[in-house]
Design a protein around this ligand. Structure first.
Ligand code: ZN
Ligand code: ZN
Length: 202
């Protein structure tokens, strides 16, 4: 299943690990908001002291006035302990972290044992900076070379698109504009910032 999700991400030229993070975030937020009265969820929420800034904002964007009211009432009750003792443990980050360890293993397994997965990766847009660095760490030479090659190719493509974007912005440019190139500046920034394009947010 993990490999299937990763392949879906590669098909749409997204970082497969960012795509998995997104699935985890969406699933967790949905369950959290639907189960604010569930003891286990509340306990985990209180123990962690709430979400990190990035995830707090993401959850905020989901709306849910009553869900937020209930969740934050719990935290406010203990705010001094949480804020002053700095005992934060964002449950969304925690899930993402433990999932990364197993999905890195699955990724390596897929490259080594599933030719179609390997081929999909070779034709993908590579990984974002954060995930590249973490996946690259400790790889054997063959895999490390493959990772470098895929990334080099992805950046070559991206650079061509950025070139085209700049040409398209020239007032002399007459041809039809290429939409992929027009969006390439966002893609470039996301290699550094991670995440996925807004339109894939489900
Ligand atoms: Zn990523
Ligand atoms: Zn977090």
């Amino acid at each position: 299943m993990v490999l299937g999700d990763m392949e879906d991400a590669m098909k749409i030229q997204e970082c497969p690990f960012c795509f998995l993070d997104l699935i985890i975030e969406e699933t967790y937020f949905k369950r959290l908001l639907n189960n604010v009265l569930d003891e286990d969820y509340r306990e985990e929420w209180n123990k962690g002291g709430g979400l990190c800034p990035e995830h707090a904002l993401m959850l905020l964007n989901k709306g849910s006035a009553t869900g937020h009211a209930i969740l934050y009432q719990d935290l406010i009750e203990n705010w001094k302990n949480i804020w002053l003792e700095g005992n934060f443990n964002c449950p969304a980050c925690e899930r993402i972290e433990s999932n990364f360890i197993s999905s890195k293993k699955a990724f390596i397994w897929g490259i080594k044992n599933a030719p179609s997965f390997k081929k999909r990766f070779q034709n993908s847009a590579g990984l974002c900076r954060k995930h590249f660095v973490r996946v690259y760490e400790g790889l054997d030479t063959d895999l490390a070379d493959l990772l470098l090659k895929v990334q080099e190719k992805a950046f070559l493509d991206l650079n061509n698109q950025l070139e085209l974007l700049l040409r398209q912005h020239d007032y002399n440019y007459q041809e039809k504009k290429d939409t992929k190139a027009a969006r390439s500046w966002r893609k470039a920034a996301r290699y550094w910032g991670g995440g996925t394009e807004k339109k894939w947010r489900f």
